[in-house]
Write a protein that binds this ligand. Structure first.
Ligand code: ADP
Ligand code: MG
Length: 383
C-alpha cells in the first residue's frame, strides 16, 4: 500500500439514525461491518457518505437523519479524522441544534467544519474527500430515470475535479431561481437574463467536466478486468451534442439562446427544456455489446463494480489516492470467484473500502488485511 492513501481514522456519530452516539477508529485497511438486519450497518455507511457533498447514500433530508426520540431540534453530527494525500484533516458535518424548517431551503443547510473552521457550504468537502458507493437500491440504477445516473456520474467527477461540486450547485441554484421567477410570472428581463447567463456558463462547465471524466474513464473501463466486464461509457444529451459539434463558447451561446427561447414553455413545466440537468450517463456491457438496462441484475452490478474500480484506479494514479468505497451488501451477492477478485483489487488499490454483510464468513478471504467491527442494536464493537 502506498503512503498517500485516503482513509478515515476516526469516526464519531451523534444522534445519527439509530445511533445515540458511536465512535470507531479504523486504520488504513478496508473496513468490514457485520451484524444482523437492522443493526445499523447501512446507517454507518451513510454517515461516511456525508463526508462528501450531497444528501448521502440514502438521498436523505437533513431532518430525517436525526435520531428519533432525541429532544426535538437537537441536531445530529458526523465527525471524522482522515488521512489524505494532502495531510490529515478533521471534518465535522450535520444539522445544527435548533435548525427548523421543512428540510429544504437555505435555512436548513448542512453545516460543515474543516479543521474546526466553519465552511461556507458543503461543496468544499469535495476538495478533501472522494467517496463513491454501491447500495442495494442501485440495483435499479440502469432501469430508473436518469437522475440517479447523473448523481452517480457527478460523484465520480467530484473525485477528479473538486470544483465540479460548486459549479453544479451554482447551476442548480440558478435553475431553481429562474423557475421561481417564471412561475411567479415576473418578467424582469434583466434578472432572468442574468440567471440564464449563469446557467449557460456554469452549465457548460458542468457538461465539459463530466465529458472529460467520462472520456478518461472510458479508456480505463473499456477492457474486462479479471471477472468484471468492460463498460462502455458515454454522456448523452443536447448540451453534449453541442460540445461535440463546436467550441465550448459556441455551446455556451447555444444554451443561453435556448433558455431565452424556452421561457414560456419552462414556466409551464417548472424546469428548463435544455441543460446538463437533462443529460444521461449511458453504459453498455462491452463484451456483450448490450445496453446495461438489458443485462441481468448480476451483470448490472458487475458493471457498476467495474466502473467503480476503474474510477478508483484512475484516481489513485492521478490524485494520489483511491476514493473511499462504500459497498453495502455487495460481497455476499457475488460468487466466490468475483468476491475474491474484488477483495484483491481493493487491497491492490490501497482503498479504504467499507463493506457490510450479515455473514462474517463471506469476508474470511480478507484475513487480517481488513479491520472488522461488529454492529448490533446500534452498538459498534471492534471484532
Ligand atoms: N432517524 C432515525 N432514528 C432512529 N432510528 C432510525 C432512524 N432512521 C433509521 N433508523 C433505524 O435504523 C435501523 C438500522 O438501519 P440500517 O443501518 O439500515 O440496518 P442494517 O444493519 O440492516 O444495514 C433501522 O431499524 C431503522 O429503523
Ligand atoms: Mg443495510
Amino acid at each position: 500500500m502506498g503512503p498517500a492513501a485516503l482513509a478515515v481514522t476516526r469516526l464519531t456519530l451523534t444522534r445519527f439514525r439509530g445511533y445515540d452516539g458511536a465512535r470507531l477508529e479504523p486504520d488504513h485497511r478496508p473496513v468490514v461491518l457485520t451484524g444482523p438486519n437492522g443493526a445499523g450497518k447501512t446507517n454507518l455507511l451513510e454517515a461516511v457518505s456525508f463526508l462528501a457533498p450531497g444528501r448521502g447514500l440514502r438521498g436523505a433530508k437533513l431532518a430525517e437523519v436525526e435520531r428519533i426520540g432525541s429532544p426535538t431540534g437537537a441536531g445530529w453530527a458526523v465527525a471524522a479524522v482522515l488521512d489524505t494525500p494532502m495531510g490529515p484533516v478533521e471534518i465535522g458535518t450535520g444539522r445544527e441544534a435548533g435548525a427548523h424548517g421543512s428540510g429544504s431551503g437555505d435555512r436548513d443547510r448542512r453545516v460543515v467544519r474543516i479543521d474546526g473552521h466553519p465552511a461556507k457550504g458543503q461543496t468544499v468537502l469535495a476538495e478533501h474527500v472522494a467517496v463513491v458507493w454501491l447500495t442495494p437500491q442501485m440495483d435499479r440504477l440502469f432501469l430508473e430515470g436518469s437522475s440517479g445516473r447523473r448523481r452517480f456520474l457527478d460523484r465520480l467527477v467530484f473525485g477528479f475535479d473538486p470544483a465540479h461540486a460548486g459549479r453544479l450547485s451554482r447551476y442548480e441554484h440558478a435553475l431553481r431561481e429562474r423557475a421561481r421567477l417564471l412561475r411567479d410570472g415576473r418578467v424582469d428581463d434583466g434578472w432572468l437574463t442574468g440567471l440564464e447567463d449563469q446557467m449557460a456558463t456554469t452549465g457548460m462547465a458542468v457538461a465539459a467536466a463530466r465529458r472529460d471524466v467520462v472520456q478518461r474513464l472510458r479508456a480505463a473501463c473499456g477492457r474486462a478486468v479479471g471477472p468484471f466486464p468492460g463498460a462502455d461509457l458515454a454522456v448523452q444529451g443536447t448540451v453534449e451534442r453541442w460540445l461535440d459539434e463546436g467550441p465550448a463558447l459556441a455551446a455556451e451561446d447555444a444554451l443561453r439562446q435556448s433558455l431565452r427561447d424556452s421561457r414560456r414553455l419552462d414556466s409551464d413545466t417548472g424546469g428548463a427544456a435544455v441543460g446538463p440537468h437533462k443529460s444521461d450517463l449511458s453504459v453498455r456491457h462491452a463484451q456483450k455489446d448490450m445496453p446495461a438496462a438489458l443485462c441481468s441484475t448480476g451483470e448490472q452490478k458487475a458493471l457498476l463494480i467495474a466502473i467503480m474500480l476503474a474510477n478508483a484506479r484512475l484516481l489513485a494514479a492521478e490524485r494520489g489516492a483511491a476514493p473511499l468505497l462504500l459497498l453495502d451488501e455487495v460481497a455476499a451477492h457475488l460468487d466466490p470467484h468475483r468476491r475474491e477478485a474484488l477483495f484483491d483489487e481493493i487491497l491492490a488499490l490501497g482503498a479504504q473500502a467499507w463493506m457490510t454483510g450479515t455473514d462474517d464468513n463471506v469476508f474470511a478471504p480478507l484475513g487480517s488485511a481488513a479491520k472488522r467491527f461488529h454492529i448490533e442494536d446500534a452498538t459498534v464493537t471492534p471484532a
